[in-house]
Write a protein that binds this ligand. Structure first.
Ligand SMILES: Cc1cc2nc3c(=O)[nH]c(=O)nc-3n(C[C@H](O)[C@H](O)[C@H](O)COP(=O)(O)OP(=O)(O)OC[C@H]3O[C@@H](n4cnc5c(N)ncnc54)[C@H](O)[C@@H]3O)c2cc1C
Length: 293
């Protein structure tokens, strides 16, 4: 199918983009990497009158360290994050997750801002943002605001963004040196969207897990922070009984859905399988922040 007719404008600044959005509201649509939007246009799931191309706005891409915060511009591609020494050093969870996003050709064009704004619960970046307690930086006609990722994702494909907002950056607190991370997912084929995925962070000390964060991909309408399972693991040694309690808690934390290929019950089961695997990997090392010579 071909998309409905639309006008196209490439803008050079956030202000210019906001002017178009303010004029047309949800009759205009931003395009960044186009890796999701083009498919929705071709399937006529979306039929905007105007595409506002933000992909060349200077200053909206790049990865910067400022004190204990890493700021990733909205237009930074998945590939740039995958290859960034700064990310490997300070946010190893993102470095682990990036290669699992689609295929290299898509990672070369797709952007973190597009992924987080689109808010597909099967996407990797939204869950990483929730696990790392990131802050979403938004610019709208009335000015800027910052929203915690843990409240940004409201429902299926629904976020705090309004049709006249632009996501400009994401701020990540640097992962402390003693905190390890693991990102795991199960998919039908490499490069496919995950059936279920898990971002785990924790600080292991003398056999106990501290500062546990668990965020699931594909296990509910939004990236799911598994609060009860986190509480079941916090400050404990992950013995069989503790892991069993944590897996049981996932029944309260997650709301997996069914599709043509995978039932909700299977997703719920796989979420527990991933939890076991992730904790085992974390205790045998996981990925740690590191110094770069
Ligand atoms: C075959 C295929 C497989 C894929 N597999 C995966 C996968 O496994 N995991 C995964 O996470 N993703 C996957 N993707 C999606 C890919 O990661 C996209 O790149 C990403 O979701 C959207 O980024 P984009 O820059 O391409 O956004 P676009 O397609 O340009 O835009 C997506 C949506 O976000 C809005 N938007 C874009 N930028 C902004 C902004 N800065 N502020 C506000 N709104 C904005 C647009 O208006 C649009 O509604 C896949 C895509 C394809 C085609």
């Amino acid at each position: 199918m071909k998309p409905s007719a639309f006008d196209y404008v490439r803008v050079a600044s956030v202000e210019e983009a906001l002017a178009h959005l303010t004029e047309l509201g949800d009759r205009a649509r931003l395009i960044a990497g186009g890796q999701t939007l083009m498919a929705t246009l071709n399937m006529r799931l979306s039929a905007p009158e105007l595409l506002v191309d933000i992909s060349r706005i200077p200053g909206l891409s790049g990865i910067r360290l400022n004190g204990s915060t890493v700021t990733i511009g909205a237009l930074t591609t998945h590939r740039e994050i995958e290859r960034s020494p700064l990310v490997a050093q300070h946010l190893p969870l993102l470095a682990q997750a990036a290669p699992q996003i689609a295929h290299a050709a898509i990672r070369n064009s797709g952007t973190i801002g597009g992924s987080v704004a689109f808010a597909d619960p099967a996407a990797e970046w939204p869950a990483c943002c929730v696990a790392l307690d990131a802050t979403i930086v938004i610019q709208g006609p009335a000015g800027g605001r910052r929203v915690r990722a843990r409240t940004f994702f409201r429902n299926l494909y629904e976020t705090d963004l309004t049709p006249t907002d632009i996501l400009v950056a994401i701020e990540f607190p640097v992962t402390p040196l003693a905190r390890r991370s693991v990102f795991l997912e199960l998919s039908r084929r490499r490069g496919d969207y995950a059936i279920v995925g898990l971002a785990l962070l924790a600080r292991p000390a003398e056999g106990l897990l501290h500062e546990v964060a668990l965020a699931y991909v594909g296990a509910g309408p939004v990236p799911m922070l598994a609060r009860q399972a986190m509480a079941a693991l916090e400050g404990r040694a992950p013995a069989a009984s503790v892991m069993q309690a944590a897996r049981a808690a996932l029944a309260h934390d997650l709301q997996p859905g069914s599709d043509l290929y995978t039932s909700a019950a299977t997703r719920q089961h796989l979420a527990g399988v991933l939890l076991d695997r992730a904790v085992t990997q974390l205790l045998s090392g996981g990925a740690a922040p590191h110094a770069i010579a």
